[in-house]
Ligand binder design. Structure first.
Ligand SMILES: Nc1ncnc2c1ncn2[C@@H]1O[C@H](COP(=O)(O)OP(=O)(O)OP(=O)(O)O)[C@@H](O)[C@H]1O
Length: 277
């Protein structure tokens, strides 16, 4: 598939250096300066600021591409930086720097908000805000980022109507979810699925799923995976961090360890015990 589908996300020079704990920091070391990846240094190179923050390098100079339809499982030992890599790609990590392009457009050409709408980070325990499930699903469409383009011009992005929400819910196996119910009445598994659907409806190009099935039983974890598979089928690129056995849905597997990223061959990915960690 990768040879025929276009590259959605291209990442180069992906580096993250986090502050050392106070007791580990060398005496008189300067206080680390928060680095925002979307703010370029005086040289115009986003990478030039990374040297300013001494600390522990989680990963350095990673490069990779992700295609539409990819489902990438990101595995590796605990603490190797899997979540950090996902937040870096979503421009949510102040300690990271990277050169990122989405469908050929540099991240610096977009507002961070717009980038995050297109490269959506799904945390483990998202919240659903609103009196009803419908309110919670439509909330993102009332936010400014969905109403303005990078130049500040109004963008016509209609709120999905009831029929569209219902059809999409049913299509991704959420026919058990009533739109009129308060979100807090839903089970944990239902909430997880509604959160995914809410993101899906905003049509991101990349979904970064960070242990979104943690705490779910196998059946609900499988339904969550179904939604991601549906998104990939629609042409989105998915990168997942999971702590469950491989579920057969990944098209690629990356292993992050000791600051480097390695793509595993299919037979290694299936036999790799870390998938289940
Ligand atoms: N803001 C921060 N300040 C200090 N250390 C940080 C910060 N962010 C991440 N780290 C450190 O970076 C390393 C990578 O953390 P991360 O949570 O990304 O790992 P992970 O592979 O996702 O782990 P797990 O599988 O246990 O969830 C850890 O040692 C973590 O403590």
């Amino acid at each position: 598939m990768n040879t025929v589908t276009p590259i959605v996300l291209e990442a180069a020079h992906v580096t993250c250096t986090v502050p050392q704990p106070a007791h580990a920091a060398p005496a008189k070391s300067p206080r680390p300066r928060a680095v925002r990846p979307w703010r370029r240094g005086a040289s115009g190179d986003a990478r030039s600021e990374s040297h300013a923050a001494p600390g522990k390098t989680v990963f350095r100079d990673l490069s990779f591409t992700v295609h539409g339809g990819d489902i990438v499982d990101l595995i590796g030992p605990s603490g190797s930086g899997k979540s950090t890599l996902l937040t870096t790609l979503a421009l949510l990590n102040p300690h990271a720097t990277a050169t990122l392009t989405l469908d050929g457009t540099d991240s610096a050409a977009m507002t961070p908000e717009r980038w995050r709408r297109l490269v959506a980070y799904l945390p483990q325990r998202p919240t659903l805000i609103g009196e009803t499930v419908r309110d919670a699903i439509t909330l993102p469409f009332t936010l400014k980022v969905h109403q303005r383009d990078d130049a500040g011009a109004a963008v016509r992005e209609p709120v999905p109507d009831e029929g569209m929400i219902r059809r999409t819910l049913d299509r991704v196996g959420c026919d058990d979810i009533e739109l009129e119910r308060p979100p807090q009445d839903l089970s944990v598994g239902q909430q997880a699925r509604v959160c995914m659907l809410r993101t899906l409806l905003t049509k991101p190009r990349v979904m970064l799923a960070d242990e979104v099935d943690a705490g779910l039983d196998d059946e609900n974890a499988d339904r969550v995976a179904d939604i991601l598979a549906y998104a990939a089928h629609q042409g989105m690129a998915i990168i997942r961090v999971r702590h469950r056995p491989a579920d057969g849905r990944a098209t690629r597997t990356w292993r992050l360890a000791d600051g480097t990223l390695t793509e595993l061959a299919a037979h290694d990915a299936h036999s790799n015990e870390e998938v289940a960690r």
